[in-house]
Every structure is written in structure tokens, then in C-alpha cells.
Design a protein around this ligand. Structure first.
Ligand code: UDX
Length: 438
């Protein structure tokens, strides 16, 4: 059955949602207040970097299933049978999720609606938000507005795969009519449905991201311990990951998680817990470990090169992970200013990441310009290009000890060392071996 769907917000989640639902055959209108974005999308150009999205965008527009609009002529005619809210919930200065965009959109929809519809919340909102929205905006609306919490679990760079081959679809609703409509919406996706109440669905989203973040901080703690005792984190991760109860994913040690979700959602969950009178001790430690982990390259480079004045340092990678241009909460944003403060000259190279001025550093257009004359290089993002570097040539262009700090444990340590460079990593016996190399 073709449903008339509106997606509000054409950011990362909203755009992926819109093009994927159009691909499934629904009639989709994506709405955004940003006229420039709507114009760009209407011309067939994606506003985000995501493998495969341009094709789905073109297909949706060619079939007539996908259109874009601004709400400048009012919301009434834009409201679909299903209206998905996918606007941003950025982090407020106190760590809470800032719900102002969500509130503005929900208020406008409730005010304008002249026919019943189901409001689907895809923005990540704290537990209790659905209940508060119902009470404040929906209960008194002129028409029936159903409410469904339907969190997303999309990874940047793999969003389309995560959409169509998702592990599960989470639907939180109070009424069967809304759930029935949602089953229609996702009829072509072969995935188990988790049907529950709104608060539980909201909790599943935060708990998933908190658990994955915990896995990363846990393995990073083990990696740090490996450095203290001379064990090898690669073997340890492999060994524990083979236990199916643990699982092998999300056990890559390094300088910690970044991006638009984990840092924001872990802090928001901590805030929600505190607000509800609960001290989520474990989560606080996960956040603290991650904050500390990203400083490791600074600590070790400064220890190895006590005077950074008149030294050059190469930062390899700016994106928070490979195959994305996203620099939000990237460890590089913390590492660079600290090294610059010590007087180092910093050159950053990233093959894709968005144009961004990082205070105290110069962006360069190729990896060799970053490495030229550098005493140390910090790998922040595990781009394929870095794992394939010609290490003999790297040794020739770098000066002094030629420190390679592998913040993602992604390089062939033996190849780097045998080129005569000083290899450091996280839990790969870095400090011991670095000392041996020195
Ligand atoms: C994440 C979740 O995976 C997704 O389900 C959710 O909806 C949004 O947040 P994303 O932010 O795209 O997706 O990135 P992801 O691939 O999960 O990686 C997050 C961060 O963790 C990256 O900085 C990555 O480098 C880091 N990471 C991941 C590790 O440090 N070690 C690992 O083993 C895995």
C-alpha cells in the first residue's frame, strides 16, 4: 500500500528516511525550512555525503515519489498520513538534548492539522518526550494525531544498508491503529519488529548507543592496560570477540568515539538519569574514558618530543571515521589545539572531510605535504589511503624520530617499524616498543 508520507527535516536522518521510503514506493514529501537545501535537493543534488544516496534521490524524483518543499506557505497541505519528525536535537551546553526544533515542528503540525495523521518521532529525544508531547500538543488538537516513537540506527557511510537490512525496527506506540500503519510503512523490509510503549522505544535508542559506546571505552581501557603490561590488544580483542556473547564488533581500540551520535547521546542519557535522581556511574566512566582517550596522542607525542617549538606535526585524518566527511566531535578537534599551544606547526590532511578551519593548523591538499619535515604524524582517521602509505618514503620525508602515532590501530606496525620509523599505538605495546626503537 502506498502511503502519503511527510518527512520534516532534510538533515542526515531525514534525507535518508525520505529517499528510502520513496524507494519503497511511498509518496514522500521532504520538508525543510532551509530554502537553499530544498533548492539543491530539488535539482537532484544530495546535501549529504552518503554512498548510494544520489542514485536513490534520482530514482525517487524520476518516479514522482519524492518531492521537496519548504513550509513557507503553511503546514496544512504538507501533513501526510504519516508525518515523520527528523529534525536535529543537538547538545545543549548542559549536556541535555536541545528539543527546541522538535517542539517548534510538533506545535506547528498540531496547530495546522485538518485531518487525522500519525506523527512519527525519528529525532533522538529523551525518554519521556513522547508523553510530554502528547500532553502538551496532541491531546488538544482539532483532529486525532497518533504518536509513534521510531528511533533510527543508521551509521554514517552505511546508512542505506542499515535502512534496508536493519537488525530490527523499533516501534513505540500506545494505539494499535498507529502500529498497523507503521507495519504498512515498513512492509517491504525484512526485519523483526520490536513493538512496545513509547518510553521503552525511546530508551532502546539511548541504551543502544550507550552500550556501543561502553564497548568502545571498555576495549580502550583494556588497551591502555595492555600498554602497561606489554600485552597485545589485537590478540586480546580477537580472543574475546570470538565469544558470541561478546561479539567481535566494536572492539577496535584507539583514540575513542566521535561523530554526531555517541558523544551527544551518552551525555544526554547521563543528563536524563541525573534529572531523574539516578547516578549512572558506569555511563559517566564511559564518557570520561572517551574524553581521556582522545588526548593520548598529545600525551605521547609531548613525552617523546619534549620541546615542540619549531617542530612540525602531521595530522592524518579529520573526519570522525572513514568514508564520511563529518568532523563533528572528531578527536582531531581536541588534539590539534593542544599541540598547537605547545608551539608546534601543524598540517592536517584529510581526503574528504568538509572544509574546516581548525585553529592553529593549516589544511593541506595531499598527505605528503602534511608529512614533509614532520617529526610526528598522528593518524586520527583510518582512511584506506593511510594504511597503504609507502613507509620508506614516509621515513625519507619526515625528520627526527619520525613518530607515527596510530590512533586507530589500523597500520601494519611491522612495516612502519622496519622503515625506521617510531611506531606508537593504543595497546599494541606502543610505549615499550617505542622505547626499544628510540
Ligand atoms: C552510530 C551508531 O552506530 C548508529 O547505530 C547510530 O544511529 C548513530 O551513531 P555513527 O556515528 O555513524 O553511528 O558511527 P559508528 O560507525 O557507529 O562509529 C562511531 C564512533 O565510534 C567512530 O568515531 C568510530 O571511530 C568509533 N569506534 C567504532 C571505535 O572507536 N571503535 C570501534 O570498535 C567502533
Amino acid at each position: 500500500m502506498t502511503l502519503r508520507v511527510t518527512v520534516v527535516g532534510t538533515g542526515y536522518v531525514g534525507l535518508v528516511t525520505g529517499v528510502c521510503l520513496a524507494h519503497s514506493g511511498h509518496s514522500v514529501t521532504c520538508v525543510d525550512i532551509d530554502r537553499a537545501k530544498v533548492d539543491m535537493l530539488t535539482s537532484g543534488t544530495s546535501t549529504i555525503y552518503e554512498p548510494g544516496i544520489e542514485e536513490l534521490l534520482a530514482g525517487g524524483m524520476a518516479s514522482g515519489n519524492l518531492t521537496f518543499a519548504t513550509p513557507e506557505n503553511g503546514w496544512r497541505d504538507l501533513i501526510g498520513d504519516i508525518t515523520v519528525v527528523a529534525v536535529g536535537t543537538p547538545m545543549a551546553p548542559n549536556g541535555a538534548a536541545d528539543l527546541s526544533a522538535v517542539r517548534t515542528v510538533v506545535a506547528a503540525l498540531a496547530e495546522a492539522a485538518d485531518h487525522p495523521f500519525t506523527l512519527v518521532m525519528k529525532s533522538t529525544v529523551p525518554m519521556g518526550t513522547g508523553a510530554a508531547i502528547r500532553q502538551r500538543y496532541l491531546d488538544d488538537a482539532a483532529v486525532r494525531i497518533g504518536y509513534v516513537s521510531n528511533p533510527e540506527f543508521l551509521r554514517e557511510g552505511k546508512a542505506l544498508e542499515d535502512w534496508f537490512k536493519t537488525d530490527r525496527i523499533v516501534l513505540g506506540a500506545a494505539e494499535e491503529a498507529d502500529l498497523a500503519l507503521m507495519r504498512e510503512l515498513y512492509a517491504d523490509i525484512d526485519a523483526p519488529l520490536v513493538e512496545t510503549d513509547v518510553a521503552s522505544a525511546e530508551t532502546i535508542k539511548y541504551a543502544s548507543n550507550a552500550f556501543l559506546s561502553t564497548k568502545i571505552s571498555f576495549i580502550n581501557e583494556i588497551a591502555n592496560l595492555c600498554d602497561c603490561i606489554g600485552a597485545d590488544i589485537d590478540a586480546v580483542s580477537r580472543g574475546i570477540g570470538m565469544d558470541k556473547r561478546i561479539g567481535s564488533q566494536f572492539l577496535n581500540a584507539g583514540i575513542g568515539y566521535g561523530g554526531s551520535c555517541f558523544p551527544k547521546d551518552t551525555r544526554a542519557l547521563d543528563f536524563i538519569a541525573t534529572l531523574n535522581g539516578y547516578q549512572f556511574t558506569l555511563l559517566k566512566s564511559v564518557i570520561e574514558v572517551n574524553n581521556r582517550q582522545r588526548l593520548l596522542p598529545v600525551v605521547h607525542v609531548m613525552r617523546a618530543l619534549p620541546d615542540l617549538h619549531e617542530r612540525s606535526i602531521a595530522i592524518l585524518g579529520l573526519a570522525f571515521k572513514p568514508d564520511t566527511d563529518d568532523v563533528r566531535e572528531s578527536p582531531a578537534l581536541d588534539i590539534v589545539p593542544l599541540l598547537a599551544e605547545q608551539g608546534a606547526t601543524i598540517r592536517i590532511y584529510d581526503p574528504v572531510a568538509a572544509e574546516l578551519t581548525v585553529s592553529g593548523a593549516t589544511r593541506v591538499a595531499d598527505v605528503w605535504r602534511a608529512l614533509e619535515g614532520a617529526s610526528a604524524a598522528v593518524v586520527v582517521t583510518e582512511w584506506h589511503e593511510f594504511t597503504e602509505l609507502d613507509w620508506a618514503r614516509v621515513r625519507e620525508v619526515m625528520t627526527g624520530p619520525g613518530i607515527i602515532y596510530d590512533g586507530r590501530n589500523c597500520l601494519d606496525a611491522a612495516a612502519v617499524r622496519s622503515a625506521g620509523l617510531t611506531y606508537m599505538a593504543v595497546g599494541r605495546g606502543g610505549e615499550h616498543r617505542a622505547a626499544e626503537n628510540a
